[in-house]
Structures are given as structure tokens and as C-alpha cells.
Design a protein around this ligand. Structure first.
Ligand code: 13P
Ligand code: SF4
Length: 305
């Protein structure tokens, strides 16, 4: 029988022996963070995916993240930590729906959130993440932008970039949408000195009350650097725990008990162990034509397009 520590040691040994880089999204659990080569938001994971020197990359997170790694490093073997870990938002718009939207708005540039299928990325002009969306959309030549699929992130971007005409569609993250404006007001009363840090996938009624809106890494960096001692956190609740580990002298409170991503929670440390041993995970395959199209929109995001 393994203890957590012994299992982590075995994972560290196996990943070195088998030349595997472990990239973990910030919503993964603390025991997985501790064996990863890099932990971060979707933008940081994409940058690391492009730069990793190992022959195999194990992505601990959800499917669109592993597909992004494969698209940026097609010569590498890329594993997704748990075959069932998808992002429900990524499935909210189909290829035929986007094709129809493009016909209806032929003069619009299409900005696709990275939380999407590779097929949608291949049909879009630029891929964006929560950390990069404002800068990228501000920099586009076209004044008309069709933003898919997250209408909450899109509405927040539209507020930051009022000079663009941004058209939204009806999609979003069910976990972040579970946080309601009324809960924020209640929590503010309970913790009047706490700063409110939220992800832009939250509803506008939540983001408009926030002291800071940013990606998962942005929220963590803000809390670590801040002189404040208490924070209300409006993103997946694992971030509350990670911040408590990172800043033991500060206090962190979840805005809602329901902001939990069940897909991110699927991967366990034992799954990671099976992946580095070669007995688990799913090898990611992206068709060549989809890969080429999607890479173009991701390269624009990384500043190489
Ligand atoms: P980040 O890019 O901020 O990591 O967000 C990804 C995500 O899925 C948030 O729900
Ligand atoms: Fe997708 Fe929401 Fe989970 Fe992020 S938190 S992976 S957007 S379902």
C-alpha cells in the first residue's frame, strides 16, 4: 500500500525515467500540483506546451487543454490524465452552428475561447484565454468581433474594449455561473474587509462587484502580492485551498459551495501514477487538417501568428 508521499516519489521517479513532462491546470488537487513540472492557467499551459523538451507531455486537466498541447507539439506523445475529463463549455457550439454564424456575420472576426474543440479553433481567426482575451481583441484590426462560446467572458471583454463591436452567443461555464450576485452581497457582509477576486467566466452581476477580475493565475498572483489579509474567491473552489497553502497568514473564502468543476476533479494522483507508468490516460490524436487550422489561431494567441 502507498502513502500519498510514497506515490508522489514513485511518480517523480517514473516521469524522469520515461522522459515525461507533467503540466497541471491550477484546478488540479494539491497532491498533483506537487508532482507537476508546471502549474498554471490555460495561457501559461499553452506557453509551456510549446517549450517542453521531454518526449511525452502528460496534461492533468481537461481535454481541450491536452488537444492544445498536441497541436503545439505534434511530434510529442500527449496524454490526457483522465479520458472522461472534458469541459462542458467546449461542446456548447457545434461546427455547423459556427458555420451558420459565420454566414450570418461575414464581416466579423471570430475570437474563440480556448475552452473549445479543436474543430472550432480551426474555423476561428484567433484563440484567446481569460488571461489574454482583452489584449488580443483590442489588437485585432477588425472592429467587429464574434466571440464564442462564453457570453460571460465575452461581456467582460466587451466592457474592457468598448471601441469594438462584440457579438456574443449563448454559452458559458456551469460551475462559474453557479455564483450569484446575491451570494456576493451576502459574503461581502460576512467578510467586509475581504477583497473580491473573480474569474471572468462569472456572471456580469458578479464581475461588476469585483475588486479584481482575472485568470486563475491572475487571481493567485493578485492575492499573493496584495497587502490585504482576507479574500473572497470567485472561481473553482480548489483555488481557495491552493491559496491557503501558498499564503498561510491570509484568509480565503469561497463565494459559493457550488463552484466546483466535476471534470477537473476526475483526475486523481493514482491516475497520474498510471499515466507515467504507461497504464493509464488517453493518448491525444487530432486530425491533420484540424491541427493545421487550430494551430494558426493558437499561434496568433501566442504572438507567433
Ligand atoms: P484559466 O485560463 O483562467 O485557467 O481558465 C480556464 C478555465 O477553464 C476556467 O474555468
Ligand atoms: Fe470548463 Fe468551467 Fe470546468 Fe473551466 S471550470 S474546465 S470552463 S467546466
Amino acid at each position: 500500500m502507498y502513502t500519498t508521499r510514497a506515490l508522489q516519489d514513485e511518480i517523480l521517479r517514473l516521469k524522469k525515467e520515461n522522459d515525461i513532462c507533467i503540466l497541471a491546470h491550477a484546478y488540479q488537487s494539491q497532491d498533483i500540483w506537487e508532482v507537476a513540472d508546471y502549474v498554471g492557467d490555460s495561457f501559461g499551459l499553452s506557453q509551456k506546451a510549446a517549450a517542453a523538451s521531454q518526449k511525452t507531455v502528460l496534461l492533468c486537466g481537461v481535454r481541450f487543454m491536452a488537444e492544445t498541447v498536441k497541436i503545439l507539439s505534434p511530434q510529442k506523445k500527449v496524454l490526457l490524465s483522465h479520458p472522461q475529463a472534458g469541459c462542458p463549455m467546449a461542446q456548447q457550439i457545434s461546427v455547423s452552428q459556427l458555420t451558420e454564424l459565420k454566414k450570418s456575420y461575414p464581416d466579423y472576426a471570430v475570437a474563440v475561447y480556448i475552452n473549445s474543440t479543436s474543430e472550432l479553433k480551426a474555423l476561428s481567426d484567433v484563440c484567446v484565454t481569460s488571461a489574454s482575451a482583452v489584449k488580443l481583441i483590442r489588437g485585432l484590426d477588425n472592429p467587429n468581433i464574434l466571440f464564442i462560446p462564453d457570453c460571460n467572458l465575452g461581456a467582460w471583454v466587451a466592457q474592457q474594449v468598448p471601441e469594438k463591436n462584440i457579438r456574443l452567443v449563448n454559452g458559458g461555464c456551469p460551475a462559474h455561473a453557479a455564483i450569484l450576485g446575491a451570494q456576493v452581497k451576502q459574503q461581502r457582509k460576512l467578510h467586509p474587509d475581504a477583497k473580491l477576486l473573480v474569474h471572468p467566466e462569472c456572471l456580469p452581476e458578479v464581475t461588476k462587484q469585483a475588486d479584481y477580475v482575472g485568470s486563475t493565475t491572475g487571481i493567485m498572483d493578485y492575492a499573493k502580492k496584495s497587502a490585504d489579509k482576507a479574500f473572497l474567491i470567485g472561481t473553482e473552489n480548489s483555488i481557495v485551498q491552493h491559496l491557503q497553502f501558498a499564503c498561510p497568514d491570509k484568509r480565503f473564502y469561497a463565494l459559493s459551495n457550488e463552484c466546483i468543476c466535476t471534470d477537473m476533479k476526475l483526475t486523481t494522483l493514482m491516475d497520474v501514477y498510471h499515466c507515467v507508468r504507461g497504464t493509464g490516460g488517453e493518448e491525444i490524436v487530432v486530425p491533420e487538417d484540424v491541427m493545421l487550422g487550430a494551430r494558426r489561431s493558437i499561434e496568433v494567441m501566442l504572438g507567433n501568428g
